[in-house]
Design a protein. Structure first.
Length: 388
């Protein structure tokens, strides 16, 4: 009797232990399975961070989740356009794009052809930003916008070859979606970026990568780019002029170049290069630049010794443009510019940057070394002529 009761008591005890285990396990799942109602922005759950790609959402920037890039693309795509041009070449688009001819070793065109590029709308009244090389030499420009059955005939309202920028205008008859320019200077290397464009004629192709580097100087066959963003987001012929977006959906770059002999190397013009000149392009059709009217060269040790200088410093004036600002101020060939507005200059690029910060009509005070003597000259800057 005791044995039976003991076995019955033991059975009840085991049952209670089992039920307690079930309750604890159920409680565990209740505590660890995230509830939709408790979701926080950015994929982070109340009390417990979820994992996105094996990374805790708590470590991701605010607003970044599994659908972040898709949401940005959905919002930005209507403002990204396709640009088709009729040019004086006979190569099939997009290889007639002047920028990419050099990379593919293509000959210069001899007859009428077409070219393809990208761009994006920057204002609701139809202004579009793209690369100058996309529309260079074009006799006709057409822009295709999402939501419209037929392409629009566009006019080039402003262009600058040095910066490789152009502004187009279309009249759509109603407000258009547009993209906002962001601050490329605040973007850090390693941040995610998104490129949208029409590579090889494949409309609205999206590629994603990171900002690989900043401040890249790049030389092509006929252009020099002083300060480009580098990215591993795929940029191919036809992408030129399209936007490079940050995770706020802002344009931080204008896609402009690719090295076809490399993998994951593309370039974009920073938005901060565009913003200071955009108004000039839209209202004056060109960028108004201040100009000294000289050809400059860095001073090497040999040049310094030849000129009787104690050390290499300043910038050598190789040529003075007749009737230019420098000539009118008395600057001569062989002079060495040591300072500009009280600031020492030791390279031609330094002096050019100081000049570019001035306005047409302003005066720049130069300290010049000439045949063993130092003298001060005041140069009134003029507008840089188009042939220079």
């Amino acid at each position: 009797m005791y044995y039976r009761e003991g076995r019955r008591g033991l059975g009840w005890l085991l049952l209670l232990v089992f039920l307690a285990g079930v309750a604890v396990t159920a409680g565990f799942f209740v505590l660890t399975v995230p509830s939709k109602a408790s979701s926080l922005p950015g994929g982070q759950e109340a009390g417990h961070p979820t994992l996105i790609g094996g990374v805790s959402a708590a470590s991701l920037p605010p607003g970044v989740g599994p659908e972040t890039i898709a949401d940005i693309v959905e919002a930005a795509s209507p403002a990204v356009v396709r640009i088709d041009t009729v040019v004086g070449g006979g190569l099939p688009a997009p290889f007639n794009d002047p920028f990419f001819r050099q990379f593919f070793g293509l000959p210069l065109p001899q007859q009428q052809g077409s070219s393809l590029g990208s761009g994006f709308i920057i204002s609701p009244d139809g202004y579009i930003l793209t690369n100058e090389h996309v529309v260079e030499g074009a006799r006709e420009v057409k822009v295709t916008i999402i939501g419209f059955e037929q392409p629009f005939k566009a006019r080039v309202v402003g262009a600058d070859r040095d910066l490789d920028l152009a502004v187009l205008k279309v009249d759509a008859g109603k407000p258009l979606p547009y993209l906002k320019l962001g601050d490329a200077d605040k973007t850090r290397v390693g941040e995610w970026v998104i490129a949208i464009g029409n590579p090889y004629g494949l409309d609205h192709t999206v590629t994603v990568g990171v900002l690989s580097a900043k401040g890249r100087p790049i030389d092509t066959q006929d252009r020099h780019y002083e300060n480009l963003l580098q990215t591993d987001a795929s940029i191919n012929p036809g992408n030129s002029g399209g936007p490079l977006l940050n995770l706020k959906g802002e344009v931080i770059g204008i896609n402009t170049a690719v090295k076809v002999d490399a993998q994951g190397v593309g370039f974009a013009i920073p938005s901060n290069t565009v913003q200071p000149v955009l108004n000039d392009l839209m209202t004056k059709g060109k960028i108004v630049r201040p100009w000294l009217g000289v050809v400059l060269q860095d001073v090497t040790p040999d040049i310094a010794e030849m000129l009787g200088m104690s050390k290499p410093e300043g910038v050598l004036v190789r040529e003075v443009v007749a009737d230019g600002p420098a000539a009118k101020a008395g600057l001569r060939r062989g002079d060495v510019i040591l300072q500009a507005d009280g600031q020492a200059v030791n390279s031609a690029s330094e002096l050019v940057k100081l000049v570019q910060k001035k306005q047409v009509g302003q005066t720049m005070q130069l300290l010049v070394f000439r045949r063993g003597n130092r003298l001060s000259l005041a140069v009134t800057l003029a507008e840089k002529p188009s042939q220079y």
